[in-house]
Design a protein around this ligand. Structure first.
Ligand code: B3K
Ligand code: ZN
Length: 848
């Protein structure tokens, strides 16, 4: 397949002013009539052919200004020769037929358990009707849905309805990727919201009959999101209704279709009995994310898909701010960085590394990545750090004012910052065009009261990018004196050169530096730091992120030594962690994060980055020894710690209660390693919420017990898909490395392993690829099993298969045997006949 290049961008030949669609729904033969009011695009001039995208459509008729045309579509669309087109406005009408029931790719119009629904981003609208399916073509849509179903939804406001039909009008011009249609037997959980200028908005969350009781948290999150966007960004909602629909078959988390967000049901439905605290937090974040897209994505959209980070990076940044405001900024930042390192650093340091704004792609769906989303958000965080809160606020106001209603670019985005703040962002722009995680090496010296930090940045080679310039790095630094008091509060140093030094004068003694506070730039910080200094920062740093980071680094240094030299956990780490665990002045959620050991994949990444070849089995064994040592060190205090965190009264999903549960479960997990699971068994039996039920079960599985509880869990939750996904994933996640592949294989024979459902597929096959030591077991059994399943899924659902193939992206880290096996698996995929464009692009890029 051919690559698309940013440099080739051209505005579309024509403009679409108004779209009228009429759907006659039927599982095998849905009729779609489209009436497009078009005219030549003045930016391109007259005389161009008109190329419409279209895939898998049965063309029944086509006419221009009422004159029938016989045009033969090809595999990807149809072309109407310029000779057939007026130089003035004209009306193009088509009628096509599609079969939503047979649509297993879950892109375009498809069916999920009797429900009609759509997913059009990025290029799914072309599977619904012939259309210029590109984000810079923005039009008003009026949609009539005809079908013998109780609920018929589309974008915008409901303008007319009758038995078996409904008509929707969206007054806001939008690209086709934001089109949505939903129809079926749904029930609404409803509320109202009055916007800051007094618009009364009807809010509905549509779910299957029986699920109405699990919508309250999503609704509450939506209302808080709407309020927050008014208060913090001055952004108001702009339609009379906001609909959210939960569907069970969905390729990703959710989709921001204008006025009609469609969600994976697992990110909507929640009750204390069925959702964990993490589920609640994710629901809050994703509801907010999709809602925030109404301005950052919908009102201002992307000129082309290379600009994807324009909406995704910004909207992730906004949802992170929101969650921080709702919960704890310190905890949220730590969680975000954990995720950034686990997914984005992993990607950025492997064969799939690409720029936040890539310059070419084969299949755009392969670029909804951690780099576009999470690094895209980090870049905005850095911009804000550089221009300050006021500068950011002025730039965003200008962005909304200048680009509302437009399809914009990263150049437009940076221009508003330049214009609002006067800052030249030429060098900063490298963050958008150059891939790779910069390495930042630090040394220091102290002389006559002057402390100097010397920084050196290295921007490593990534696929297709060998030469890179220095990045602008905002490095937030604070200095502590030897007593632990802060002598220089957080200061942002702006590094713009490859090598640069910064001086601090007038210090009485050599300070202890706290560098990269709040993780102020997404880099790998390299500095030789003693265990004492790390423990000192864990005890005294006033920056919560760096306080946590110090403990984390202490653990990783130790774990690395345990793996490479067979060292044993010493008192420095154990004592430091014991102090944190018992320090009641610290937020329980923060303490729970401190007690979480580095993941195996994180350790493999870290070892690889420091020149070692990671041994998956060795990392796994060392991490277990580390947990055992911590459990023994804390054994005496765990029961008391847990008792002090007990929550009387009914479950509430708020951050405070969740943090206390998280610490209690962290303690329970350690306790299970020394009490044989007695406390966890009791906790499982007593649990009245899913957080504790799954938490206690995990503790048991972690020590090789819990089979009885697993069976009880299954019989209790058999009928609940979202809960059963946890049941599948847990058994694999906690299997021993030797058994992980076999446990997975056995579960694929379970009658409820509905592999065509992406959630279920991910909770089984994805759980195996997420089990580091199990996936990389030297037998190669897991490599083969995952590859077999991806190849089986690919013809039905290429998007999900391709996304999950990133399991293999870390192959260059490992030893020759594993590398050989991993490359063979990738080659086997590439050699498969009929492999999708999605998966073949991924496998090809991974092989390099
Ligand atoms: N914009 C969608 C993602 C669409 C993915 C298409 N393969 C969800 C989101 O980021 O909010
Ligand atoms: Zn998004």
């Amino acid at each position: 397949a051919r690559a698309i290049h940013l440099a080739d961008y051209q505005p579309f030949s024509h403009l679409v002013d108004q779209v009228a669609l009429k759907f006659h729904l039927s599982p095998q033969a849905t009729k779609v009539q489209a009436r497009l009011e078009m005219r030549p695009n003045p930016a391109r001039g007259a005389g161009h052919d008109l190329r419409l995208d279209g895939e898998g459509l049965r063309l029944m008729s086509l006419s221009i200004d009422g004159r029938a045309l016989s045009v033969q579509p090809d595999d990807t669309g149809l072309t109407i020769p310029a000779a057939e087109l007026p130089d003035a406005p004209f009306v193009l009408e088509t009628e096509v037929e599609i079969a939503p029931e047979g649509n297993t790719a879950l892109e375009g119009l498809y069916m999920s358990r009797g429900l009609y629904c759509t997913q059009c981003e990025a290029e799914g609208f072309r599977k619904i009707t012939f259309y210029p399916d590109r984000p810079d073509v923005m039009a008003r849509f009026r949609v009539q849905v005809v079908g013998d179903l109780p609920v018929l939804l589309s974008n915008g406001n409901l303008v007319a309805e009758g038995p078996g039909w409904a008509e929707w009008d969206d007054p806001w011009p939008k690209p086709a990727y934001l089109f949505a249609l939903v129809a079926g037997d749904l029930r609404a959980h409803s509320a109202r919201f009055v916007t800051m200028s007094g618009r009364d908005v009807a809010l509905n969350i549509w779910v299957r009959p029986g699920d109405e009781g699990r919508c309250a948290y999503a609704m509450d999150s939506l209302i808080r999101s709407m309020k927050w966007d008014e208060q913090v960004y001055g952004r108001e909602y702009d339609l009379d209704v906001f609909n959210i629909v939960a569907v069970d078959d969905f390729n990703m988390g959710a989709m921001e279709n204008k006025g009609l967000n469609i969600f994976n049901s697992k990110f909507v439905l929640a009750s204390p009995e069925t959702a964990t605290d993490d589920d609640f937090a994710r629901i809050e974040a994703i509801i907010a994310h999709e809602y925030f897209h109404n301005w950052t994505g919908n009102r201002i959209t992307c000129r082309d898909w290379f600009q994807l980070c324009l909406k995704e990076g910004l909207t992730v940044y906004r949802d992170q701010q929101f969650s921080g405001d709702m919960r704890s900024h310190a905890v949220k930042r730590i969680e975000d960085v954990l995720m950034l390192r686990a997914r984005q650093f992993r990607e950025d340091q492997g064969p799939l590394a690409h720029a936040v704004r890539p310059e070419s792609y084969v299949e755009i769906n392969n670029f909804y990545t951690a780099t576009i989303y999470e690094k895209g958000a980090e870049v905005i965080g850095m911009l804000k750090r550089l221009v300050g809160d006021d500068g950011y606020a002025r730039a965003l106001d200008l962005y909304f004012e200048r680009h509302d209603g437009q399809a914009a670019t990263i150049e437009d985005w940076l221009a508003v910052f330049q214009d609002a703040t006067g800052r030249d962002l030429t060098q900063f722009k490298r963050w958008y065009s150059e891939a790779g995680t910069p390495r930042l090496r630090v040394t220091d010296d102290f002389n006559d009261g002057t402390y100097t930090l010397h920084f050196e940045q290295e921007n490593p080679v990534t696929p297709g990018q060998t030469v890179k310039g220095a990045k602008v790095l905002p490095i937030a630094v604070g200095l502590l004196n030897p007593n632990g008091a802060e002598v220089v509060p957080t200061t942002v140093l702006e590094m713009t050169e490859t090598r640069q030094s910064f001086r601090f004068d007038g210090l009485a003694a050599r300070p202890v530096p706290s560098i990269l506070r709040g993780f102020s730039a997404p880099v790998l910080l390299e500095r030789a730091v003693s265990a004492e200094e790390r423990a000192f920062l864990l005890a005294h740093d006033t920056d919560p992120f760096n306080k946590w980071e110090a403990g984390r680094a202490l653990a990783k240094d130790l774990l690395a030594r345990m793996v490479t030299t067979g060292a044993a956990p010493g008192p420095d780490w154990l004592d430091a962690l014991a102090r944190v665990a018992q320090d009641d002045s610290l937020d329980p959620a923060f303490r729970a994060l401190c007690l979480r050991l580095p993941s195996d994949d994180d350790m493999a990444q870290t070892l690889h980055a420091s020149g070692h070849v990671p041994d998956p089995a060795g990392i796994y064994a060392a991490r277990r020894r580390m947990g055992d040592a911590l459990a023994q060190r804390l054994a005496g205090v765990l029961p008391g710690l847990m008792a002090g965190l007990a929550e009387p009264g009914p479950f509430t999903p708020d951050a405070r209660a969740a943090g206390r549960r998280a610490l209690r479960l962290a303690a329970l997990s350690l306790l299970s390693r020394v009490d044989g699971g007695t406390a966890a068994r009791a906790a499982f039996a007593a649990a009245d919420n899913m957080t504790e039920e799954v938490g206690a079960l995990s503790c048991l599985l972690d020590i090789g017990a819990g089979q009885e509880e697993l069976a009880r869990f299954e019989s209790r939750w058999r009928a609940d898909r979202n809960v059963m996904d946890k049941w599948f994933a847990l058994q694999i996640g906690f299997a021993s490395p030797e058994r992980a592949a076999e446990v997975t294989r056995a579960l694929t024979e379970h009658p409820d392993f509905d592999w065509k459902n992406p959630n279920r597929f991910r909770s089984v096959i994805g759980a195996l690829s997420g089990h580091h030591a199990g996936f990389h077991h030297i037998s190669g059994a897991a490599y083969a099993l995952v590859a077999d399943w991806l190849l089986r899924l690919d013809p039905l659902n290429p998007q999900t298969a391709a996304r999950m193939s990133t399991a293999f992206e870390t192959w260059p880290r490992y030893d020759a045997d594993r590398q050989g096996m991993l490359r063979d698996v990738l080659r086997r995929m590439l050699a498969t006949k009929g492999l999708s464009r999605d998966l073949s692009e991924m496998a090809g890029r991974m092989l390099g």
